[in-house]
Design a binder for this molecule. Structure first.
Ligand code: SHN
Ligand code: NAI
Length: 204
């Protein structure tokens, strides 16, 4: 398995099935900004609510191949193994397909994800134990506090500045390492002071 971070902004995502599992996959897709279509004769209230809020489009019907032929990414999340299998078989080779009950039929699986701003920690157990993945996700959230949201934003801003600064690579490297000092992680004051100093340096 090859882990990557996918940019799904405005990409067509088709979720087939409207149960709890489909709902969980949809939450991740919403966070990624995908254009979501759900195809299912029934859907849990949370999905119906998302449709009312125009967060997704719900086609209230049984699935047919034409529903997903143009999708960038497909989730076969019905409770019917044969239906999920058919979806995997009909999907094109170039399409990303997740099959929730028979993972080997698809070409990717979904990790448990712990997010702290730009820091994204994804945990997969290769199908050995999704519950273990969920537990490790919680441990990561405890180890990397909410402070990392502002901290990663700070790191991003600094790195953008440092990249465009016309100094030697060594100097850039040393600054990038300095940013990892403990004092920056939890203190907005330390972060802001550093940015001020950096801006003065860069503008000269
Ligand atoms: C292969 C994979 C394919 C995929 O879905 O992409 C897959 C497959 C299956 N899951 C099953 C069951 C459960 N899955 C969960 C939970 C999660 N499952 C997720 C991912 C994955 N699940 C992929 C591998 C990830 C990895 O290897 O680590 C998570 C991490 C991500 C997400 O779904 O968003 C999310 C936690 C997210 C979070 O909370 O953070 C729970 C627990 C719960 O619901 O609380 C249970 C019940 C307990 C149990 O059975 O272990 C079954 C049996 C179904 C049945 O019995 O009929 C199958 C089918 C099979 O294994 O063959
Ligand atoms: N990968 C994972 O993380 C997990 C996977 N599972 C598996 O996922 C499957 C789905 O679980 P739930 O969401 O809890 O089931 P559910 O029964 O709540 O939902 C199934 C949905 O599929 C829809 N559906 C049925 N036939 C359809 C068709 N022909 N076309 C379109 N939609 C159709 C139903 O209307 C319903 O909305 C289970 O069978 C289970 O094996 C279960 C837990 C976790």
């Amino acid at each position: 398995m090859y882990p990557i971070m996918l940019n799904l902004k405005c990409k067509s995502a088709v979720v087939i099935g409207g149960g709890a599992v489909a709902h969980r996959k949809i939450l991740g897709l919403l966070e990624a900004g995908a254009a979501i279509k759900v195809v299912s004769p029934e859907a849990v209230p949370a999905i119906q609510k998302m449709q009312h809020e125009h967060l997704l489009k719900w086609d209230e019907k049984s699935v047919e191949p034409s529903d997903y032929k143009d999708a960038f990414i497909i989730f076969a999340a019905t409770d019917q193994p044969e239906v999920n299998q058919q979806i995997a078989e009909n999907a094109g080779n170039h399409q990303l397909v997740n099959v929730v009950d028979q993972p080997a039929l698809g070409n990717f699986s979904v990790p448990a994800v712990a997010r702290r701003g730009k820091l994204v920690m994804a945990v997969s157990t290769g199908g050995a134990s999704p519950i273990l993945a969920k537990r490790i996700k919680k441990e990561l959230l405890a180890a990397y506090s909410e402070d990392y949201e502002a901290y990663t934003q700070f790191l991003f801003r600094c790195r953008e500045r440092i990249k465009e600064w016309e100094v030697s690579l060594d100097e850039k490297q040393s600054l990038l390492h300095e940013l990892l000092e403990e004092r920056f992680i939890h203190s907005r004051d330390e972060q802001e002071n550093f940015i001020r100093t950096l801006e003065q340096k860069v503008s000269f």
